[in-house]
Design a binder for this molecule. Structure first.
Ligand code: SAM
Length: 219
């Protein structure tokens, strides 16, 4: 899967994408991540990519022309890619979206907003708008990392067999939560691992896990 990220701040990404499973995914050529620096599409000697909003108001908006030219370049690289705009006004991003995007196997093009946002007309070049929650971040870079991470880890071969995602939180549906888990030691500062997990009784363990999972999902 090709992932192209249109951003003014490409340096924000390598720390996240070049570690652990996301690094392995790239090393194994399961995913290829590249950056398109929006600044290169800026106009004039200062390579301006932002301007003041019509009608007045604080802050600057990313201009539509550099954004669209950058999207067009990304589309030329990967014509079937899905263009994603992280934005507080998008639909709330869920695990069902990450499953759908990973299963489709199309490339992804992320468009990172900044400042007060972007000229609304860019949405005509966008396929999906996602919010990662009801709070406002400084830019679209962190939401892009969140969404890309959640999709990449679902690409077959990224996590390996021992890390099956089948029983994880939100995999069965967007509300389902995984059961609690424990590892050694059996007792830590008076806190004991539930007896059933030490019993070796697989049917009982399974029953306990289903019960705990449904208790957590109700919260
Ligand atoms: N003026 C905008 C508003 O009130 O909705 C907020 C702009 S925000 C400071 C700058 C950019 O960060 C947004 O255009 C968007 O790309 C990104 N962003 C901020 N919060 C986000 C969120 N919760 N989900 C997705 N993207 C977000």
């Amino acid at each position: 899967m090709k992932i192209q990220i249109i951003t003014l701040f490409p340096d924000m990404f390598p720390g996240v994408f070049n570690a652990s499973m996301l690094w392995k995914a790239q090393d194994r050529k399961l995913v290829e991540i590249s950056y398109i620096d929006l600044r290169q599409f800026g106009h004039g000697p200062r390579k301006q990519v932002d301007d003041t909003p019509y009608g007045g108001g604080d802050g600057m908006l990313l201009k539509v022309d550099p954004l669209v030219e950058a999207i067009e370049l990304a589309k030329k690289n990967d014509p079937t890619a899905v263009v994603i705009l992280p934005t507080p006004r998008g639909k709330t991003y869920k695990q069902s979206d990450s499953k759908r995007l990973a299963a489709a196997q199309n490339g992804l093009i992320f468009v990172c907003g900044r400042y007060e946002g972007y000229d609304e007309r860019v949405t005509n070049w966008v396929d999906e708008q996602f919010s990662i929650g009801n709070y406002v971040l400084t830019g679209g870079e962190l939401p892009t990392m969140v969404i890309a991470d959640s999709v990449i880890r679902l690409i077959p071969g990224v996590l390996g067999g021992e890390n099956s995602v089948e029983f994880e939180s939100f995999q069965q549906d967007d509300n389902n939560i995984e059961f609690p888990q424990y590892t050694r030691p059996e007792e830590f500062r008076g806190l004991k691992v539930p007896d059933v997990l030490l019993s070796g009784h697989h049917a009982e363990i399974e029953k306990w896990r289903i019960q705990e999972s449904s208790k957590m999902s109700e919260k």
